[in-house]
Write a new protein. Structure first.
Length: 484
């Protein structure tokens, strides 16, 4: 018995000694990393206090693992980014690029011992060219700041994610972000003409062009858009701009069922109309928006469809949409009287996520995109999943392009409810694939959906994706653990 106790104590002491040795080695490694980083960075650009660096560990996604960074770097120049990547490459330290961390898939989450490379201080608009209709920007420029700056020059940058007042252009590029206007103007990828990218070994790669046309070589620019920081660090972007459109006019149409609202969406698109916005909110979402913002929306509706036009003949276009909505079964169609009233309707739609977040302690936000013709099945199927799991799930959707955002509201402190929330989230993604859709229309894969990416791509597709990753980042240092 005494021998057993002695042996146990010896084993425990040996384990404690090993842990202490590992901790010392880790601390020594961090000190070396910090010292080497400071050789090419101003002191204020390097954050090492664990209480501070912990605040950079996650984006806004739920159920996504995150590690403890060894350091956070906030560079202001391309040269500083190159120095960070050369240092990381020499020491084989992973690097997680970040923007404003408004993402919803865990793509910006830290990994243990990584360098978090936050690009928010690289926030200059370098050029706005009204002849070539381009803007040249650094990655930390906030979407709304760019949009307002080009508007002052009579131009328009269309991509407008709901978080446009906080999200950065670099983050938009990393996730191939969408927004409310995608039905007419498309997603971020349509507007990225060229990029400057720091590669995993610190080299600077320039892709794309400034010209209106160009097909020289493989389209590496498009490859980086949506790559979630796994192939390189974007440090400059050339963005296409459009002439500023007229102010939008909008209408709201109330429907007795989601199926009727989705039938109206299909009718609008089949008629050849080009709304600048075609958005849907289900009953749960409308009630939540009313509760949070006192917006006065009709909370008796089963589905509310918002349509807007920024055409020279917007009133006539809205009237045509109103007729199609009525034919599809709308119980009420209410056009806005002017641009200011239209903006209130759009603000109500932008409020959908915070309104649903206010209902329960946590949310899981899905991002399933399906063909427009299957949109009604997606909404009805989501409602059935909510009933099965006895959960509150609100749906808002970029209905014009079939991109739905089922938002699962739950209490993570309730283990059973959290389990049901995760199960419902998975079933919603499975439903989207069954309907011929995709697991993500604009939020990206990150940590949250990487198992589902493999299901969507299949083994050959996944093999090719990994081969591309290896070509750009053979050591696997950039954003490890994301996508696949």
């Amino acid at each position: 018995m005494a021998d057993d106790v002695d042996n146990a104590e010896n084993a425990e002491n040996a384990e404690n000694a090993e842990n202490a040795e590992n901790a010392d080695a880790g601390a020594g490694g961090s000190r070396e990393l910090h010292a080497l980083l400071l050789e090419g960075l101003p002191p204020e650009a390097l954050l090492t206090d664990p209480q501070v660096t912990a605040s950079y560990a996650t984006d806004m996604a739920s159920f996504c693992a995150a590690g403890t960074p060894a350091a956070v770097v906030l560079p202001r120049t391309v040269e500083q980014v190159q120095h960070v990547m050369r240092t990381a490459h020499a020491l084989r330290v992973p690097v997680v690029p970040q923007g404003a961390r408004t993402g919803l898939s865990g793509a910006a989450n830290a990994s243990d011992g990584c360098i978090v490379l936050s690009l928010v201080k690289m926030d200059r608009i370098l050029e706005i060219d009204t002849v070539d209709r381009i803007a040249v920007v650094e990655p930390g420029v906030v979407n709304a700041v760019l949009s307002r700056a080009v508007a002052e020059r009579g131009l328009h940058y269309p991509p407008d994610p709901s978080s446009w007042e906080q999200c950065t252009i670099g983050g938009n590029i990393g996730t191939a972000a969408g927004g409310l206007c995608c039905v007419k103007y498309g997603v971020t990828a349509e507007y990225v003409l060229g990029l400057d990218v720091v590669l995993a070994d610190g080299r600077l790669l320039q892709t794309g062009r400034r010209t209106a046309k160009g097909v020289a070589g493989y389209d590496l620019t498009r490859l980086f858009v949506g790559s979630e920081g796994s192939l390189g660090v974007v440090v400059r972007a050339v963005l296409a701009l459009r002439p500023a459109p007229p102010r939008q006019l909008a209408l709201a149409a109330e429907f007795p069922s989601a199926a009727a609202a989705c039938a109206a969406v299909c009718a609008v698109m089949e008629a050849g109309l080009t709304p600048s916005l075609l958005e849907l909110m289900d009953r749960t979402t409308v009630r939540a928006v009313n509760a949070l913002g006192k917006m006065g929306l009709p909370d008796t509706t089963e589905a509310l469809l918002l349509a807007a036009f920024d055409t020279p003949h917007a009133p006539e276009d809205l009237a045509a949409v109103g007729e199609l909505c009525t034919a599809a079964g709308a119980s009420a169609v209410v056009p806005a009287e002017d641009a200011a009233e239209s903006e209130l309707l759009l603000q109500a739609r932008r409020m959908a996520l915070p309104a649903l977040e206010a209902l329960r302690p946590a949310t899981m936000i899905d991002d399933v995109c399906v063909p427009r013709t299957r949109l009604a099945e997606m909404l009805d199927g989501t409602a059935a999943i909510a009933r099965t799991h006895e959960l509150l799930i609100g749906v808002c959707a970029h209905a014009g392009d079939g991109n739905t955002h089922p938002i699962v509201c739950f209490d993570p402190a309730d283990e059973d409810e959290a389990r049901r929330a995760r199960a419902s989230f998975e079933e919603i993604m499975a439903l989207g694939l069954e309907l011929g859709g995709t697991i993500t229309g604009e939020h990206g894969v990150g940590v949250l959906k990487k198992e589902w990416l493999a299901r969507e791509l299949g083994p050959v597709g996944l093999e090719m994706q990994r081969a591309v990753k290896h070509a750009f980042d053979p050591e696997g240092l950039l954003n490890p653990g994301k996508l696949f």
